[in-house]
Design a binder for this molecule. Sequence first.
Ligand SMILES: [Zn+2]
Length: 261
Amino acid sequence: MKNIWIRNTIVTAAVIIVTLALAFFLLPVPGVIPVLFYHFVGTPEHPSKLFVSKKAFERQLAFLKYGGYRVLSLDEFYAVKTGKMKPPRRAVVLTFDDCSNWCFYCTALPIIEKYKLPVANFMVYDCALNGTQDSMSFKQAREAIKKGVTIGSHSINHPHFNEIDVHVLRNEIFESKRLLEKELGVTVEYFSYPFGVYTPQAAEFVKEAGYRMAFVTGKAKAAAHDLYAVPRAKVSSSSENLFDFWFRVSGLYGALRNLKH
Ligand SMILES: [Zn+2]
């Protein structure tokens, strides 16, 4: 009796290990490219779910680098989405949002440089202009671009897009592109909706302004194939656990979220 119990336990453990190993090597399936988004890297004075510690961030990048993942730049991701590039196996995209990047330039960027991975940072124009909440300055952003960071727009003032007048909405989208381009000397081709709030009107303006793609967060219920409503998976303090991080990178997180919609 005891022998049967031991045998069953060994078989069950072996099945779990083989399944996890297969999932690790096979996911995400070709064509599925999870887009992750971070808010802050560092340790805040008061605990916040939006923060990922420097140590965990470095562990996550090392996991991607040495775990056989291909981190795509936004230009490469766009090329895949528009059929100009074959989707690489086990690809992933890394993005940063927000006004206060908790000094993205001094905490996250040195680690990104160390692992030589492409990332995108969506800037809020007004925060950079006024140096609010540790936002990257334009000078730092120009340096970051030289180090390979793609800068996108995250609006001028970070309003809720479903609560503002249509003229203000248009201005937030068009002017943030123009002003960022003027300050940074590059073409700003990607947009991230503040608070992840997607509206069809906002998507129309984003398209009309000449952006190539726009990103939402997990809450938006837009079509996943839409270039102007690309879903993303949030990386927060819970992803300090590498299994949780893998779950987001594997595409399973996005697949489960779609099932819920
Ligand atoms: Zn934001």
